[in-house]
Design a binder for this molecule. Sequence first.
Ligand code: BGC
Length: 780
Amino acid sequence: MTIVALGAALTAAAQPKLTKDNIDEVLAAMTLEEKAALVVGSGWGSMNAGSMTASSTILVPGAAGTTVPIDRLGIPATVLSDGPAGLRIDPVRQGDPNTYYCTGFPVGTVLACSWNAPMVEELLAAMGNEVLEYGADVLLAPGMNLHRNPLCGRNFEYFSEDPFLSGKISAAYIRGIQSQGVGVSAKHFAFNNQEINRMENDARIPQRALRELYLKNFEIAVREGHPWTVMSSYNKVNGTYTQQNHDLLTTVLRDEWGFDGIVMTDWGTKDGTVAAVQAGNDLMEPGMPIETKRIIDAVNDGSLALADLDRNVRNILQYIVRTPRFAGYKYSNKPDLEAHAALVRKAAAEGMVLLENKGGALPMAAGNVALFGLNAYKSIAGGTGSGNVNKPYIRHISEGLADAGFTLDPVIENIYKSWRDYQNAEDAGAHFLPGNALGGGLTLGEGVMPEMAIRKAVVQNSVARNDAAVVVIGRNAGEGDDRTLEDDFDLTAEERDLVTNVCNLYHQAGKKVIVVLNVGGVVETASWKSLPDAILLAWTPGQEVGASVADVLTGASNPSGKLSMTFPINYLDIPSSANFPYYKPKPGQKIPAEYIAMAEAMGYKIPEPQPVKDYDRTTYEEGLDVGYRYFNTNGVAVSYPFGYGLSYTAFEYGKPAAKVGKDGSVTFTVTVKNVGQVAGKEAVQAYVAAPAGGLDKPACELKAFAKTRELQPGESETLTMTVSAYELASYNAAAVEWQTAAGAYKVLFGASVEDIRATAAFKVGKALSWPAHEVMMLQK
Ligand code: BGC
């Protein structure tokens, strides 16, 4: 249709103005062109907002996208912006003296390692407030794919290897953000468990794992968090793109789980726009004119039913009337960044995991410290890509320690700062892709710079000047690529030498060494963890990283994080390492001899690495054997188990109880007492072991968790956790239903999956089942 003809059609059409109560009337008044425009976003970046309107403006510079406004019907554009660790918008605007920085919050993994859903909900309200006050309507978060394999480049944005923990923390995240009157987009729905070839990869997943693992966390998030929107992923599942997958987006998401929001694509759609509309993918993001044309043509030639398009348009209108933009909210552009930074500083300690603390090396008094490692002076607050946040500052670990009263060894400091500044200069601009290319400018965040080799003599000379040494090891990752095994999962040769030399030389002088892992994901620990006195897994905990680390090292905060994933001894121990599309051994590369020796000492043989060549499809041959479900059930030794984390105090678990209610739900209670010397919090995990006779199950599965408030020495708290009968169910693919077997169940109350402190039992009198649909079957 020509512009003149379109204009005539618009004038002739009725012109109601959208309200909460006249959605059907507005729908009826919309032309086909307007409907097709509304289900396709307005292009890369919000600079393109207004393609259907005269008053074209950039609404929120740096936001990832907008929906198309239709002025004549009172339909405003709405703004969609990343991302999981805080709002990602442009921090400065041309000709504008104001700044628009956003708080860099702890990444998703840190939130999950807190095991503290109420804390997450409260913290995320602050993030939601920034979304609201900077004029966005939807935060493109949380990222919630499972940690299927530690090399996935986006694991830092995601929560856990366990769907229950991931689902519960996601739901809390969503409630926190949405408590501010803005929406989220739970992503990437679904099966986006790797970044290599993420646009085309076909995740080939057996039914039971698909249901119990990769969809379960989304199911919990949808049922308990009620996200306004869900983002379909780029990849395929069992042969069909998720964005064109009616089984996934309609049968499961809406019919089974009751989702009532909109589905939008991840940024960049596939050619089958019509199939996406039919599947129930309401919105194409960021939107391209060709997509609008395809829809119009398909309705005109009868290959797309108008009813399908209308359904999606109605969903989008229902979304729009919920937004602050529709309500005309006058945002301030001035959220309280200082208050939010204080929250972030405190929350970070809840997700940091104390991995080792020999002889009570920590907490330590402020004194003279040799601070080694580039990332001590260039600390990593969060991940890269759309997971990055343009934050006002990063408080580096060096700064945090200095603020806490430590005196940093000036020689060591000088060496690293020179190296950092040299790298920064070499790197200038490399982490910013300008606008248009990726939507408003994609600041890629803190790149990882190679660690430098430090001569032994330099370490030796520092010993006499200092009371202790702290070694920081950093890692970062982001979308678009996965991590590598050598030099990323594993320590580099320089890092290995550094840890070894610092530990040997400081220990010779009777001085302690603390290693701080400022990393976004799992790293190899088994081969070197015996060397330092303490290891703090600080993760990438947000912009106050240095202050949070200093708080924990000094004991101002008692770390209470526990691992939301397993730390294996060797990468190749993980079942999915056999099919995850990475093992690219360098020519002639060998497994380091020390690994082989260590494995043999522990009584097992490391398998030979096999290169995986097929990047087009990933076959999830391991089924349910993900994380502790595999390691714990099969008794395979790990470096640190799921749920593990130390504290500066100790806790005793009392005698627990499990009581079945009338509705079949089970309520667990257990009393936890702080029997140590300092105040602290304990995250208790309830694992359920099912009776024999039903489906084969992992030895135990996490079904509930709760964290105490801060308990003073001697103080106790009784934790109560309730599990519904449905939550106990497993998926029977042959019967196409969820089943809870009758019989005697055991509940294991653990400080980790391998540290069970108390047990209780309960009975399910009668087998229960819930029907499902046979969907997403594997296509040849
Ligand atoms: C990412 C999404 C993100 C979107 C918009 C995509 O590349 O996969 O997570 O929300 O870009 O920036």
